[in-house]
Design a protein around this ligand. Structure first.
Ligand code: GTP
Ligand code: MG
Length: 137
């Protein structure tokens, strides 16, 4: 597929990095097909990250992802899922390549600035979680 889903996470919106992050995403060739500023309840964050329910950091993750504003977006580009994960870098910014979004803007493995879908299937599910048919094109 040529689409992926992203969120700018509460750490990055709170530090005023949203514009710089979106700028880097657009300059890397992604076009924005839907976007919204919103805030997740704990229940919504828990549902979004349900796949990580059994992991030791799940509680922390849900707490963090519902702690502030997020920016959710559907992105389009050839090879979108893989290319976007290359652009954001490793989950832990300490292991992320120089120049990646997480290397530049993330503070820790938990508060790591951005989300990127890990498969075409999840990109579609995650986009549908946030956007109705009227909100996307
Ligand atoms: P996402 O794009 O957000 O899905 O990140 P990812 O695919 O690189 O990592 P993964 O799906 O394995 O983990 C989801 C999110 O859980 C990460 O982005 C982190 O925010 C958080 N997370 C992962 N590992 C840890 C950890 O060891 N401690 C804490 N506190 N959070 C973690
Ligand atoms: Mg993931």
């Amino acid at each position: 597929s040529n689409r992926t889903f992203t969120m700018v996470k509460p750490d990055a919106t709170g530090k005023g990095y949203t514009g710089a992050i979106l700028d880097q995403i657009i300059k890397a060739g992604f076009s924005i097909k839907a976007m919204k500023w919103t805030k997740l309840t704990k229940e919504q964050a828990g549902e979004f990250y349900a796949v990580h329910k059994e992991r030791p950091f799940y509680g922390e993750l849900v707490e963090f992802m519902s702690s502030g504003t997020i920016v959710a977006a559907i992105l389009e580009k050839e090879n979108a899922v893989a290319d976007f994960r290359t652009l954001i870098g490793a989950t832990n910014p300490a292991n992320a390549e120089e120049g990646t979004i997480r290397k530049k803007f993330a503070a820790s493995v938990g508060e790591n600035a951005v989300h990127g879908s890990d498969s075409d299937e999840n990109a579609a599910i995650e986009g549908d979680f946030f956007f109705s048919a009227l909100e996307r094109f």
